[in-house]
Ligand binder design. Structure first.
Ligand SMILES: Nc1ncnc2c1ncn2[C@@H]1O[C@H](COP(=O)(O)OP(=O)(O)OP(=O)(O)O)[C@@H](O)[C@H]1O
Length: 249
């Protein structure tokens, strides 16, 4: 059983590119056994926040700790299952070879690696195509392989940037069922999504827009707070309120 710790603690994280403030004093705490969703429109700053948490993007101010360690830190980074928004795969290799390569890179012991490849491939429904070259894969298959790679090292913390883009609804359901199983073993996930029914499945949500954390809480609490029935409506209402506030300045 895992100790209840906060896997991620980000405090007052700010970041700009040129004159553009992309993150504005963001606080985020991700406890054990939690699926934390980041939702927001394109360009809101979700990927930049994720990269800042992973130590891949230097922040202007604020601090990030992952597994109680100040980031960036290579050893901690190696313990995080990260699925980037664009697939970084070796096209000339097969899916199994890709999984083996990344598993070895993450120092997964050989016996465990074979098991984890079978498990991860099964989870994303690629078992029968494992020995095909990735160059022949469709976009959705590549996305699924990237998710399998994030899982192959059996990480305690998964950071998934739009994991289900291009994946059909049935498989999306299966993947979410599995993410919930992983959660019940104490793993945590930070997930970005544009899909509102996925947002509803998260334990906790942050709505981010123009680099600002507009609202956060459990899906139920957010719906109550904004007196609406869906997360999509929360999102629209919070956005309108932000625009009205900006207009009043
Ligand atoms: N390396 C960079 N240099 C300059 N601007 C950048 C860089 N990376 C991101 N940006 C800008 O920062 C803003 C936030 O981008 P980010 O990718 O974090 O948004 P996002 O919420 O993840 O969007 P999406 O949902 O489309 O992935 C955008 O305006 C983007 O153009």
């Amino acid at each position: 059983m895992n100790m209840a710790i906060d896997y991620v603690i980000a405090k007052q994280v700010s970041k700009h590119f040129g004159h553009h403030q992309v993150l504005n004093q963001i606080d985020l705490t991700l406890p054990t056994g939690t699926i934390y969703g980041l939702i927001g429109p394109s360009g809101a700053g979700k990927t930049t926040l994720i990269k800042s948490i992973l130590g891949m993007e230097a922040v202007d101010s604020g601090t990030v700790k992952v597994m109680d360690t100040v980031m960036p830190n290579r050893a901690v980074m190696a313990q995080v299952g990260y699925m980037a928004q664009s697939d970084a795969l070796y096209e000339t290799l097969t899916a199994r070879e890709n999984l083996t390569f990344f598993g070895q890179l993450m120092s997964v012991p050989k016996i465990k690696l074979a098991q984890m490849i079978d498990y991860a491939a099964g989870l994303v429904d690629l078992t029968s195509q494992l020995d095909q070259r990735v160059s022949g894969y469709s976009g959705g298959m590549k996305r699924r392989l990237s998710l399998a790679i994030a899982l192959v090292q059996d990480p305690q913390l998964l950071i998934l940037d739009e994991p289900t883009v291009g994946i059909d609804p049935e498989l999306r359901q299966q993947i979410w069922t599995e993410l919930n199983k992983l959660k019940s073993t104490g793993k945590s996930m930070l997930v970005t999504t544009h899909v509102m029914d996925e947002a509803e499945r998260c334990d906790y949500l942050m709505l981010i827009r123009h680099g600002i954390a507009l609202a956060e809480g459990t899906p139920v609490a957010l719906k109550q707070q904004y007196a609406v029935d869906t997360i999509e409506q929360v999102f629209l209402k919070a956005g309108r309120m932000q625009d009205a506030n900006d207009g009043n300045r």
